[in-house]
Design a protein around this ligand. Structure first.
Ligand code: ATP
Ligand code: MG
Length: 396
């Protein structure tokens, strides 16, 4: 039996519900993780109590997903999500159930869940309720839909992406019928909100097996976002060598997609997936740097920093270290450590200084650019008097 036991506050929630006559169980990811002997991110509880009854039992609680019957209970400074047993109605849009129905029955609640490994309940006494054979599938390390895979993907197309994401994260294989149904139902992903697709891709990108994204593309789950499917998986393995941070991993993915001709613009691809502006900007700049030969001298790095900024240059260097060859991050760090000037904000003269010398309008910017070029070439000369003299003598 599993060695990981739920913390005391979680057991208290379960027992208090039961003491009020409401059956209550741990369910979903926390049971799966416990059976795999890994620590769950959070502990979710399902119960026969309605949302009103849950708030009646726990005064420090608030409804957080009333449509889905979820109440967040605060207990000893922890938050636990407690959800009423429910069965989902039909799904005419392949995304949302038309209506959800609260039911008194745990098995009906487990039946609406996506995969057998996620459809196991665990009681406070340590008893597993596992009507779909989830524990055996966990043992076999296989992901299998609850029920008929095609129907389940037709109900909610996101489950196909969740399946491949869990497979990447847990290192599980996908059951044959489930995989075949993904191939058949892949076009339904076109109906999904881009944000939901992005979240699944990003979670997969941040696992130890980002090369799983090849399968997303190969099965057609990304057809709405790619000009053509990926042809090559091996290079995606290199992404695992990057820190688990979003800008680095998205930038590396975009660069590989560009190289394989799957996207024509990183910015357009990431915007379609509703990535945030900062990540889009960093990835766009990093990919621009990566398209050219990487800087080889401190001077070239300073020019690169001047144009793209420190953040994007650092991301490009880290991506280049894993996709091309090592040493770029180290070289960039040396340049940054030197403290040498690469931006107007560190130039020893300002626009005001030049105005005082008689420069006007565009000439101010042009002279600043000229002086920055000069200082990048001769870092030891970033001195106010010297630059003013230079500006004065260079004045047309
Ligand atoms: P994680 O550790 O990534 O949070 P999880 O299994 O807890 O994994 P959640 O997305 O938090 O995943 O969902 C909690 C549970 O709700 C799942 O274990 C599953 O039982 C159910 N579930 C979530 N999304 C769906 C879905 N789209 N279709 C069916 N069941 C789902
Ligand atoms: Mg979860």
């Amino acid at each position: 039996m599993a060695q990981i036991v739920p913390p005391k506050y979680v057991r208290q929630v379960l027992m208090r519900l039961q003491a009020h006559g409401f059956p209550a169980y741990l369910v979903g990811g926390c049971v799966r993780d416990t059976l795999m002997n890994t620590h769950p991110n959070d502990w979710d509880i399902c119960t026969a109590a309605t949302p009103e009854q849950i708030t009646g039992v726990f005064p420090h609680s608030r409804p957080t997903g009333i449509r889905h019957g979820t109440v967040t209970v605060s207990i000893h400074s922890h938050a636990v999500e407690v959800t009423t047993f429910r069965a989902d109605g039909s799904y005419s849009d392949h995304r949302h159930p038309d209506q959800v129905r609260f039911v008194g029955d745990l098995t009906a609640d487990l039946a609406r869940r996506d995969f057998t490994m996620n459809a196991i309940a665990l009681s406070a006494e340590g008893i597993l309720i596992d009507p779909f054979g989830g524990a055996a599938d966990i043992q076999k390390r296989v992901i299998r839909c609850v029920g008929e895979p095609r129907e389940r993907f037709e109900e909610d197309a996101l489950r196909m992406l969740r399946c491949l994401r869990f497979s990447a994260r847990l290192g599980f294989s996908v059951d044959g019928a489930t995989l075949a149904a993904i191939g058949e139902c892949a076009p339904l992903t076109a109906t999904l909100a881009a944000e939901r697709v992005r979240d699944e891709l990003q979670k997969t990108l941040l696992t130890a097996s980002p090369e799983a994204l090849f399968l997303f593309s190969d099965l057609g789950l990304l057809d709405s976002y790619l000009d053509k499917r990926m042809q090559e998986q091996l290079s995606l393995c290199r992404i695992a060598g990057l820190p688990r941070r979003t800008p680095e991993r998205w930038a590396a993915l975009c660069r590989l997609l560009e190289q394989q001709g799957c996207i024509s613009s990183t910015e357009r691809f990431l915007s379609a997936l509703r990535l945030d502006h900062r990540t889009i900007r960093i990835c766009r700049e990093a990919c621009r740097i990566l398209r050219e030969p990487l800087p080889e001298s401190p001077k070239a790095w300073k020019q690169c920093l001047r144009i793209s900024g420190v953040e994007s240059a650092a991301v490009a260097a880290r991506v280049a270290d894993v996709l091309l060859s090592g040493g770029h991050t180290r070289a960039l760090k040396e340049v940054l450590k030197s403290g040498e000037c690469f931006s107007l904000s560190h130039l020893a003269v300002t626009g005001n200084d030049l105005s005082a010398l008689g420069f006007q309008g565009r000439a101010v910017g042009e002279m600043l650019d000229f002086l920055l070029d000069y200082v990048i070439e001769y870092p030891e000369n970033n001195k106010r008097e010297l630059l003013l003299l230079l500006a004065g003598t260079t004045e047309e």
